[in-house]
Write a protein of this length. Structure first.
Length: 316
């Protein structure tokens, strides 16, 4: 079964709460600002900008710790998320306690992931030097300048096709507090033009993140090459969790994992949605599970109309 991103139910270990303004001048009871992750998203009846202004007026934003931005368009257009980022950054001073931000919590019924037009994350990271968690959905137009951020612990980019530029920029960033990194690399058919060379450069940088414990390099159409790069990367020695699922991993990638550095120190190895044969899957299971590693070896569903082809779990 293909995976379709859906709306977040929890973020930053908090329940996600949809902000809705009062009707006919009546104020709705609101949760405490720090008790939820606030989601602001437009609807056909409520455009984003006036909804955002109501949110700023209704909620004690100086106590908000987690913010989720959902759909922002009235009709589909070419502007992407940049105008919304402009609204957010213009009010950065009103969110002094913000520690977690998710951009484009959009599900497939609102927009396919490959249609989401992202923006420049540089301003966000500079505006909130205390930010610890950043999540992003969509890869087109995603930009980041090489920078240092001393507090960011969790970075997640969900994409059907991640361009090479932001991957290369991350390889030039200094993120000393990074604990968890998830990148959905995607497929060339939807703009994912990074290569194994870019992944190797990123892995080299991650070797300097002493606190990195989870790494996900997922959903790519060159997953065998990703596995080969990971098998040689020093950063893997410090991990407790590694996820190489959702992509086109086959026997070649499985063999690379078996012949590379030991993975027996992991608590979890995610290989869900793979294209390895049963023999290779059993070899991986036999080499890791006796050491206490939980291995997710759920195979990809074979498509009856193209049984020989591999595909990523999330593309369009």
């Amino acid at each position: 079964m293909r995976y379709h991103p859906s709306h977040l139910k929890r973020f930053h270990d908090l329940p996600v709460h949809d902000y809705e303004p009062g009707q006919d001048g009546r104020r709705r009871p609101l949760p405490e600002p720090a008790a939820v992750a606030w989601r602001v998203r437009a609807s056909w009846e409520q455009p984003f900008e006036p909804l955002w202004r109501c949110f700023l007026d209704d909620v004690r934003t100086e106590d908000v710790t987690a913010l989720v931005l959902g759909a922002w368009w009235e009709e589909w257009d070419e502007h992407g998320i940049d105008p919304v980022l402009g609204l957010l950054l213009a009010e950065a001073r009103r969110f002094p306690r913000l520690r977690a931000l998710f951009l484009a919590d959009v599900e497939s019924e609102e927009s396919e992931i490959s249609w989401i037009r992202q923006g420049d994350l540089t301003g966000v990271l500079r505006a909130w030097p205390e930010l610890t968690e950043l999540g992003v959905r969509g890869g087109e137009g995603l930009r980041i300048e090489p920078l240092r951020h001393d507090r960011l612990r969790t970075l997640r980019v969900e994409s059907g096709g991640l361009p090479a530029e932001p991957v290369r920029a991350l390889a030039s960033c200094s993120l000393p507090a990074l604990n968890s990194l998830d990148l959905w690399l995607g497929t060339a058919g939807y703009g994912g033009d990074c290569t194994a060379v870019d992944v190797k450069a990123l892995l080299s940088t991650l070797g300097r993140c002493a606190g990195l414990r989870h790494l996900g390099l997922k959903n790519s159409d060159f997953q065998d090459a990703v596995a080969a790069a990971v098998a040689e990367a020093p950063a893997v020695a410090g991990l407790t969790s590694l996820d190489l699922g959702m992509g086109t991993l086959g026997d070649e990638g499985g063999a690379a994992l078996l012949s590379g550095q030991p993975l027996t120190h992991l608590r979890h190895l995610g290989l869900r949605h793979h294209f390895m044969g049963e023999e290779m899957a059993q070899r991986l299971r036999g080499s890791l599970e006796p050491h206490g590693v939980a291995v997710d070896l759920t195979p990809a569903r074979v498509r009856p109309y193209r049984p020989e082809s591999r595909y990523v779990a999330v593309g369009e």
